[in-house]
Design a protein around this ligand. Structure first.
Ligand code: GCV
Length: 668
């Protein structure tokens, strides 16, 4: 088997100081695979960072006599997966209620030593207490069994190759990376389960799945698989997958018994049903609660969870139909089912009502479901945000989403409150990201895209962290302790999402991309298609009327959001065209017309992309040459591609309106 070379990303330790001091002792009153890995992580880090050995001792008494080192201990008063670190004059105590809390404490310690550039651990004082903000901190990989990745921009899968499941050094390196930022659940296969992937839950794969899940478990990560709702037919030979049929129910019960007998650590199933051609309960006139609960009953004896996606909409729309609105579909399907799901079902809701556009309003489902477990789905695979060829640091966007007040009838109504389970006391809540990794040597195609993987994990663990804090942590660990490098990359990262937004689709309208691969500008690419993705531009106006006079989508929000969005004067301008059909001549708060705003932001965005290239070039010589060169090539492409975006979008609106740019710049 070919194992490619790969980098250690943010776990690439470099020496901080060589104090030539004695080895450190470590004692743990807790035992288990995760503890062994925690000790291993500490040992590896200290060897490289301080040229110091860490020696395991079996008695705490030995420790006291010989001083400096680490003590790991159980403390049942700390919340699940949380930890407390107390370091004074060379003695560090890490306590936790569970093994994984100790591991997280160890990674916190290493991260802090690096980011604070602590030279003398023996005189260092540090105290930290953390409990994860969300119970479920998950990645969804859209990897196919043949090794390809749907919406993958960083090579092929490292989980699958020619219909085999891989477990090797690379999968180990992967699990270390994600555990180091607190991710505790991973779905390894694409939600579009067909062909060979349907068989992932059959005896052919149990041995490898078990090995993989054991590896995951030793780093506190639960393995999940996506399943095909029609498995009873495609695998079991039944003539139906109707969730209310007794033979279907018992097929799934037996299947669950068999899987958990072979893969006891499995976390559960992820299901995409009745969506984009995948089968589901609608095929039998049943509801999504019928479908999800049936599976949940089957997996319950093993502590399994069913994660059920709310990405359900009519993908066979006629563009002339101005009443059907894809944005409304999630709420229409799932709001009426609130309270009907059993407690090991979790609804997985995309951040916006459409599909991971660069800007969308927050899905109204978050503010409307009260008796249902929910996880927020974001996409760090940059399908619509530059496909890891453009830099687009998404954590500022995720922070906005988490901070969004849904005005549900409680004073804990932000998305952050809801997905932490605080608002309604639901215990199975959290965050999930569509993963951006592949078998490229740098894992994420663009070196800077690793900031999104790192950042997602850190944010899901601690939703209070700022996007800047996370970026600085990531930069220092990845590129070392160099102020110029830190400042330059931080500036690029923090500008990158707004910049990308400027030169692509304006004011929240989205979808001006080439169909299918979703890369590059094509204003009408999706306009007359079947996917429900329209901008409705003519020579006078642009945007979708989603008020009560239009599709009525605004009404899905709680008060006062419904009226804020309904009124073009109070609607946040960055979402204006998402909610309203607006004349190009309408004037924005900046005093500019909508059209002039489009022209200006596109020129500005393209200029900023050019600046990124120059900023990056200023870093030559201050980092690893390969990383510098491959990233420079990406910035050069982004600069040219941003210019293309600017040209295509501005020309389109110039030709449509015949109105000149006030600054007389060249528009074709
Ligand atoms: C995995 C979008 C993507 C699809 C993806 C789908 C989903 O439509 O383009 O590739 O399918 O979302 O989230 O299920």
């Amino acid at each position: 088997m070919v194992t490619m070379e790969y980098t250690d990303c943010w776990l690439l330790y470099k020496e901080i100081s060589d104090t030539n001091k004695s080895s450190l002792l470590i004692f743990s009153s807790m035992e288990g695979k995760i503890i062994q890995n925690a000790i291993q992580e500490l040992t590896t880090a200290f060897r490289i960072l301080y040229n110091r050995e860490v020696t395991l001792i079996n008695e705490e008494a030995d420790f006291k006599e010989k001083s400096c080192g680490f003590i790991m201990k159980a403390n049942s008063s700390i919340g699940k997966e949380g930890y407390c670190i107390d370091c004074k004059e060379g003695n560090c105590t890490i306590t936790s209620a569970d093994e994984v809390g100790i591991l997280y404490g160890v990674f916190d310690l290493i991260r802090t030593l690096i980011t604070m550039h602590v030279e003398d651990v023996d005189t260092w004082t540090y105290r930290q207490e953390k409990v994860p903000a969300c119970a479920i901190r998950m990645l969804n990989h859209w990897d196919n069994m043949d090794g390809s990745i749907e919406r993958g921009y960083s090579g092929n899968s490292f989980f699958f190759q020619e219909n085999d499941v891989l477990v090797n050094e690379r999968t180990k390196a992967y699990v270390r990376l994600i555990a180091s930022v607190g991710i505790n659940a991973v779905v390894i296969n694409n939600v579009n389960v067909k062909g060979a992937a349907t068989e992932l839950i059959s005896s052919r794969y149990y041995t490898n799945l078990r090995q993989l899940s054991e590896l995951f478990t030793s780093y506190g990560v639960k393995l999940y698989v996506s399943i095909n709702f029609a498995s009873p037919m495609e695998l079991g030979g039944l003539d139906t997958a109707d969730p209310c049929e007794e033979n279907v129910r018992s097929w799934w019960s037996k299947k669950a018994e068999e899987i958990w007998a072979n893969v006891p650590d499995l976390g559960g199933f992820l299901v995409k049903a009745d969506s984009e051609g995948r089968p589901g309960p609608f095929n039998y006139g049943r509801t999504h609660a019928d479908g999800a609960n049936m599976l949940a009953d089957a997996v319950k004896p093993y502590g399994g969870l069913i994660i059920w996606r709310c990405f359900v909409y009519n993908c066979m729309q006629d563009w002339r139909d101005t009443k059907t609105d894809r944005a409304k579909a999630g709420f229409d399907h799932f709001k009426p089912l609130d309270g009907q799901f059993v407690d090991n079902v979790i609804l997985q809701i995309k951040n916006g009502p459409m599909d991971f556009q660069v800007r969308e309003p927050v899905s109204p489902l978050f503010g409307s479901l009260k008796k249902t477990n929910m996880i927020l789905e974001v996409q760090i695979a940059q399908e619509y945000t530059g496909q890891q060829r453009h830099v687009c640091y998404l954590i500022p966007w995720f922070k906005e989403i988490l901070g969004f007040n849904t005005y549900c009838d409680t004073n804990q109504g932000t998305v952050r409150d809801i997905i932490s389970g605080r608002t309604y006391g639901n215990k199975n809540c959290g965050m999930v990201a569509v993963a951006n990794t592949g078998n490229d040597a740098n894992w994420t195609g663009h070196d800077l895209a690793a900031a999104n993987l790192y950042g997602f994990g850190r944010l899901a663990f601690d939703t209070e962290l700022t996007a800047e804090q996370i970026a600085i942590e990531w930069i220092t660990q990845t590129f070392g302790n160099n102020k110029t490098v830190e400042e330059t990359i931080l500036k690029i990262l923090m500008m990158s999402w707004p910049t990308y937004e400027k030169y692509t689709a304006p004011l929240g309208i989205g979808w001006m991309v080439k169909p299918n691969d979703h890369y590059g500008p094509d204003v009408d690419g999706y306009e007359y298609d079947r996917w429900g993705t329209y901008h409705r531009a003519d020579h006078k106006a642009i945007g979708v009327d989603r008020t009560e006079n239009g599709t009525g989508y605004c009404c899905q929000y709680n008060k006062p959001l419904d009226s804020i969005y309904s009124n073009p004067n109070t609607c946040p301008e960055e979402l204006l065209l998402f909610f309203h059909h607006v004349e190009y001549a309408s004037v924005l708060s900046s005093g500019k017309t909508v059209l002039q705003h489009i022209y200006d932001t596109h020129f500005e965005g393209a200029n900023e992309a050019e600046q990124f290239y120059e900023m990056w070039k200023s870093l030559q010589g201050s980092m690893n040459e390969d990383a510098y060169e491959r990233t420079k090539a990406r910035f050069s492409h982004q600069r040219d591609h941003a210019k293309e975006w600017c040209d295509v979008i501005n020309s389109y609106f110039y030709r449509k309106t015949g109105v000149d740019d006030l600054q007389g710049r060249k528009i074709y």
